[in-house]
Design a protein around this ligand. Structure first.
Ligand SMILES: NC(=O)c1ccc[n+]([C@@H]2O[C@H](COP(=O)([O-])OP(=O)(O)OC[C@H]3O[C@@H](n4cnc5c(N)ncnc54)[C@H](OP(=O)(O)O)[C@@H]3O)[C@@H](O)[C@H]2O)c1
Length: 323
């Protein structure tokens, strides 16, 4: 399979190239970016390939998706940006603060949360890869809401991400001197864009409205996300743990662990998301979810989705978690 990678100079694009280099059935046909050895981003549109990854900023990515769909209609396009994750142009405007660049594509791309959208992804030619925080939260949350085990009106998520989550473009607040030996929250409450896609995905997969309080934090490490979900429930820890284990039986990249919560070092550089369930105050349970934002949260999940769409083994080219 010949695969083109748009945005290969970025963090997620670089990770895609790394994964594809050891993929048994895929070969990188071209990369785009500013610099030696890459095509200009526009130049990639002229190249014929079996599949394309778009690892470009939101607001730009969907314009490339629209042009690829016209130029190469039989190819699979996986968009890693947030452009195709929300159901309507109005929702996109609400969360991204500007008009959608290609509204005709909305509703055409299944949400690429692989384990929960396999059937939709298998037949898709355009796939919308989820956000990194959203992947870490939705993998535990959707099965628990679907099974009526937790109250979707009262979900609090406290999440921490390494700095690669913010991309490679220079920013003063991401300088080493600002981030090292420090720890801070940002976009608290309902300000982070991933809240919109998390609520949309829960509605789509369970028919329930989610009322989410989401507080992300910036960790002084390069990669990895650890999310803590505080959920209201009448069911005990054992039932919640069993429900998650059942939901991901046969899924190579989601594992329920315990008794210790998962650590970032268990999952970084792998495509695995690790979950654990713990008792909290009466009527509350805390669920931990750990993944690598650049792998299961971006490039790895994108390859997992491409594998399904091309009829390949879901785990082709991807690394499982450490034993
Ligand atoms: N980082 C993560 O953990 C993560 C996780 C999930 C999803 N994503 C999404 O994946 C996409 C890529 O993320 P990233 O973290 O890899 O970003 P990044 O490191 O900032 O890279 C951005 C890429 O887009 C290219 N680009 C094209 N037009 C651009 C423009 N006008 N302004 C800036 N860059 C432009 C850049 O190429 P040149 O600068 O070389 O031209 C670069 O290759 C984003 O949509 C992001 O939201 C990222």
């Amino acid at each position: 399979m010949n695969v083109g990678v748009f945005g290969a100079t970025g963090y997620a694009g670089r990770e895609l190239v790394r994964i594809l280099a050891v993929h048994p059935r895929a070969r990188v046909a071209f990369t785009t970016g500013t610099g030696d050895g890459h095509l200009a981003h526009e130049g990639g549109l002229e190249r014929k390939a079996d599949a394309y990854f778009l690892s470009l900023p939101h607001g730009i990515s969907a314009t490339f998706a629209a042009r690829l769909r016209v130029a190469h209609p039989s190819a699979v396009v996986v968009d890693l940006s947030g452009d195709l994750r929300l159901p309507t142009a109005a929702a996109y405007r609400e969360w991204y603060g500007h008009d959608h660049p290609a509204p005709e594509l909305l509703g055409q791309a299944p949400y690429g949360l692989t384990e929960l959208y396999r059937d939709e992804i298998r037949s898709a030619r355009l796939i919308s890869n989820p956000g990194c925080y959203a992947t870490s939260v939705l993998l535990p949350l959707i099965p628990l809401v679907r099974e009526n085990l937790i109250d979707p009106d009262d979900v609090i998520v406290d999440a921490k991400s390494g700095t690669t989550g913010a991309g490679r473009a220079p920013r003063e607040d991401l300088l080493f001197s600002e981030v090292a030996d420090d720890f801070s929250a940002y976009a608290p409450g309902r300000a982070h864009r991933h809240v919109g896609e998390m609520e949309a995905a829960v509605r789509e997969k369970t028919g329930r409205d989610l009322r989410l309080t989401f507080c992300p934090h910036l960790l002084p490490v390069r990669r990895g996300i650890l999310s803590a979900l505080y959920v209201k429930t009448d069911a005990g820890v054992d039932r919640l743990g069993a429900a998650l284990a059942h939901a991901y039986e046969g899924s190579p990249f989601v594992r329920v662990v315990g008794p210790a919560p998962p650590r970032l070092s268990d999952v970084v550089h792998t495509n695995e998301c690790r979950l654990s369930v713990h008792a909290a105050a009466p009527g509350r349970v805390v669920v931990f979810s750990a993944l690598d934002n650049l792998v299961k949260g971006a490039a790895g999940q994108a390859v997992q989705n491409l594998n399904l769409a091309l009829g390949l083994p879901e785990d082709a080219g991807l690394v499982r978690g450490r034993a």
